[in-house]
Design a protein around this ligand. Structure first.
Ligand SMILES: [Zn+2]
Length: 321
C-alpha cells in the first residue's frame, strides 16, 4: 500500500470488480511485492536426455488466514514457515511452470496464471522468452488440475481466446468431467462458482483437449499419475529418461515448508482433505522409495528437490538430487 497512487488504486479496484472480489483483498500492486524475483526467471536442468526448464510466473504473498489450513492454527503455520527459513509475515506461494524438451517436442505442464490470479504473478510469457522458448512451439500442455493458477494462462484475459490454440491439452478425464458435468456450477461453493462458469463457458468449445483415463503414458517417457484429493482428478506426471526420474507433483504437496513436516495438514484448497493427505503420503513415499527428484508448482523456485522421511513427516531439500 506504500506510495500507492490514485491511478494504481483505480486499477486495483477495477481488477477487484472484474474478479467479483472485495477490492481490499486484491490491492497488492507489483511494486509492493516484498519477495524479490529470482535473479534469473528460468532454470534449466536435465532428467536423462530430457531438458527441463523451470520458469517463474510469480508469487502470491498470501495473508495469514485461520481458514488456510483446516487442522492447524496461524501460529502453527508461522512456526513451520520460520523453521523452513521463510518469512512469517505471510505465506509465500511461488508459482513455477515447467517445460520439458523431449527430442524436439516441447511439453509444458500447466499454463501459469496468465496474469489473472495475483497482481504479483503473470511473468511466465516474458521469462519463457528469456529462456529461449517460443510459446508458439509448445505442442503439448499436460494439465494437473483446473485451479486458476494452473489454467488461467490458457485463456486470454477478457476474451478467453486460446493462448495456445495449436497445442494439444492433455488432462485426466476425471478432472475434465467433474468440472463440466451438468449441474456442476450450481453445486459449487459460492467462491468457486466464477471459476466453474469460466471453465464451462470456454473449455467445451475447444477441440484440442485430450482426455486421459487411468495412468497412461501421455508423451514419450511421461506418465500421468492419479493424485486425487486436491481436486477429484488431480494429476501428477512422472518423467523418466535413462536411469533418472522426476515426479512433477503439482499441488499434491504444494508448499513443502508446511506439508513436508505436516503431511496431515488439510489445506482450504484441498477439496477432499483426508484423501489429499492419503495421496500426498503415497506420492512422497514413492518418491523416497524410488530415489527420484520431485518438483511442484509452489515449491521454492526453481522448484526441484528431494524428500526424506523425518519422524512422522518428511524433510524437503531443495536443489537437484
Ligand atoms: Zn496451485
Amino acid at each position: 500500500m506504500l506510495n500507492m497512487s490514485r491511478r494504481d488504486f483505480v486499477v486495483s479496484t477495477g481488477l477487484a470488480a472484474a474478479l467479483g472480489l472485495d477490492a481490499r483483498l486484491v490491492i497488492s500492486p507489483a511494486f509492493a511485492q516484498k519477495t524479490p524475483d529470482p535473479a534469473a526467471g528460468f532454470h534449466k536442468y536435465k532428467v536423462g536426455s530430457i531438458e527441463v526448464t523451470a520458469i517463474y510466473d510469480g508469487i502470491w504473498e498470501k495473508p495469514h488466514d485461520p481458514a488456510f489450513i483446516k487442522n492447524a492454527s496461524v501460529d502453527d503455520t508461522k512456526a513451520a514457515l520460520g523453521k523452513a527459513g521463510l518469512t512469517t509475515d505471510f505465506v509465500s506461494i511461488p508459482l513455477t511452470v515447467v517445460v520439458l524438451k523431449v527430442g524436439n517436442r516441447l511439453i509444458m505442464i500447466d499454463s501459469g496464471s496468465g496474469g489473472q490470479w495475483q497482481p504479483t504473478a503473470g511473468k511466465l510469457a516474458a521469462n519463457m522468452r528469456a529462456a529461449g522458448i517460443d510459446p508458439g512451439k509448445i505442442g503439448t500442455i499436460l494439465i494437473s488440475h483446473f485451479h486458476p493458477d494452473h489454467i488461467f494462462g490458457l485463456m486470454q484475459k477478457g476474451t478467453n481466446a486460446p493462448v495456445f490454440p495449436n497445442a494439444e491439452l492433455v488432462v485426466s478425464a476425471t478432472e475434465y468431467k467433474w468440472w463440466t458435468e451438468p449441474g456442476r456450477v450450481e453445486n459449487l461453493p459460492e467462491p468457486r462458482k466464477p471459476l466453474g462458469q469460466r471453465i464451462n463457458s470456454v473449455f467445451p468449445g475447444w477441440k484440442n483437449f485430450r482426455l486421459v483415463e487411468g495412468e497412461k503414458e501421455v508423451a514419450p517417457g511421461i506418465r500421468l499419475v492419479n493424485t486425487p484429493g486436491h481436486t477429484p482428478g488431480h494429476a501428477a506426471f512422472h518423467v523418466s529418461s535413462g536411469n533418472q526420474q522426476l515426479m512433477i507433483s503439482d499441488d499434491t504437496a504444494y508448499v513443502p515448508a508446511l506439508l513436508a513436516p505436516h503431511p496431515e495438514w488439510q489445506g482450504a484448497y484441498d477439496q477432499d482433505g483426508p484423501l489429499a493427505v492419503e495421496t500426498r503420503r503415497k506420492l512422497i513415499d514413492r518418491v523416497i522409495a524410488e530415489k527420484m527428484m520431485i518438483c511442484g508448482a509452489h515449491f521454492p523456485f526453481p522448484g526441484a528437490g528431494s524428500f526424506a522421511k523425518d519422524g512422522s513427516g518428511y524433510a524437503f531439500t531443495a536443489g537437484k538430487a
